[in-house]
Design a binder for this molecule. Structure first.
Ligand code: NAP
Length: 345
């Protein structure tokens, strides 16, 4: 008689077991989550890792960080595996992409995740899940900063900081499509990448970018995109603008080298530049999750651009889910271009 062995599927999920270094990331096994009405269960193929993940892992100080154990991961691509009650817009087996902000902090570092169907967008056939996951938060952030916040016009001159990073490289790709003249700050090892993305590279480690921008443009640029933050950095970004230029601030990548206190100093400079604009404007980006209609429409457009080969996100590394700690070590070390992705397959 044949012996039938039924092995129940389990969900493997990486949790931040306590605040600390990459070693606090641990894998747990649990029953599969069940979708609630309006949700679908997604079998994850690729999950994004972001700079914010490192901050939430290392400290409970940031607003919105839950008490451990919790799971990070703000964007995923996967296959619909189970439909919750009332879901008709998505089908079983369909590849989808989405952000996980609706769950609070995240949840993407997992084999399975339940998400509201309205947060997910169909991925066109033939698209690489790792490339698609780069598009979700990074390209949405770049699109928001460029088109909703700065409202760039063809031919404008822009400076993108962190130009080879996940969001920076997305800004350059979208900036090229928008017909902008671009400059980008990056370490020397990323200059080839920045040039290939269509921008003139500036080494922020060895050059004074304000001086360089004024040498290259005369009056300064129309827009600076600053995901770096920091008191001095924001003031200098402001100085790189021409009169009536716009400074779009949307991040604190400087926290990696300068620690979380840079966030308070950045906010102080934001207030000062709002109070004393000096003929220039400081603009802040909106929350990506606030406007679901914009989110869905823009993400679908970006995924179509990806399928058509009009954007080519840089996957810095594909690291198995079980090695999430190595992925965090890579982010902490730096020295790469693009976005680090967890390969969950
Ligand atoms: N508001 C939002 O919705 C939103 C969404 C996503 C991200 N963000 C923010 O954007 C930041 C960047 O995200 P990311 O995913 O692009 O991070 P990332 O891939 O780690 O890239 C950060 C880049 O910053 C560069 N960098 C570090 N210090 C710099 C400095 N002083 N001047 C110029 N470049 C510097 C590094 O370049 P080199 O390696 O070339 O030195 C690196 O490429 C995050 O820290 C986060 O705060 C905001």
């Amino acid at each position: 008689m044949a012996i039938e062995k039924v092995i129940a599927k389990r969900n493997h999920r990486v949790v931040v077991s306590r605040h600390g270094g990459p070693e606090v990331l641990q894998m747990v096994a649990e029953d599969l989550p069940e979708p609630r009405p309006g949700e679908v269960r997604v079998q994850v193929l690729a999950a994004g890792i972001s700079a914010y993940d490192l901050m939430h892992r290392s400290s409970g100080w940031l607003p919105g960080t839950p008490k451990p154990p919790f799971t990070l991961g703000e964007d995923i691509v996967g296959v619909v595996d189970m439909l919750g009650e009332g879901v008709s817009a998505l089908a079983l087996g369909q590849m989808v992409a989405g952000a996980t902000f609706c769950l609070g902090l995240g949840g993407g570092y997992a084999e399975f995740i339940c998400l509201p169907a309205c947060e997910l967008v169909a991925v066109p056939a033939g698209v690489d899940p790792a490339e698609a996951v780069c598009v979700v938060v990074n390209y949405l952030t770049a699109h928001m900063a460029m088109h909703r916040t700065a409202q760039v016009q063809r031919g404008e001159r822009v400076l993108v900081h962190g130009a080879a990073g996940g969001v920076g490289s997305a800004l350059l790709e979208l900036g090229k499509l928008a017909g902008l003249e671009m400059f980008g700050t990056a370490s020397g090892y990323n200059h080839e990448c920045v040039s290939a993305l269509g921008a003139a590279p500036i080494d922020y480690r060895t050059e004074d970018f304000v001086k360089r921008i004024h040498q290259l443009t005369g009056e300064g640029v129309d827009v600076v995109f600053d995901p770096i933050g920091g008191f001095r950095q924001l003031r200098r970004s402001h100085r790189a603008l021409r009169r009536n230029g716009r400074l779009v601030w949307f991040g604190v990548a400087a926290a990696k080298e300068s620690g979380l206190r840079v966030i308070l100093l950045t906010l102080l400079m934001v207030i000062l530049l709002k109070l004393f604009p000096g003929g220039r404007r400081l603009l802040l980006t909106l929350d990506l999750a606030k406007d679901n209609a914009w989110y869905r429409k823009t993400l679908a457009e970006l995924l179509d651009l990806l399928a058509a080969g009009k954007i080519n996100p840089i996957v810095a590394a594909r690291i198995p889910l079980a090695e999430a700690a190595h992925a965090h070590e890579l982010l902490e070390r730096g020295g790469y271009a693009g976005k680090v992705v967890l390969d969950v397959e």
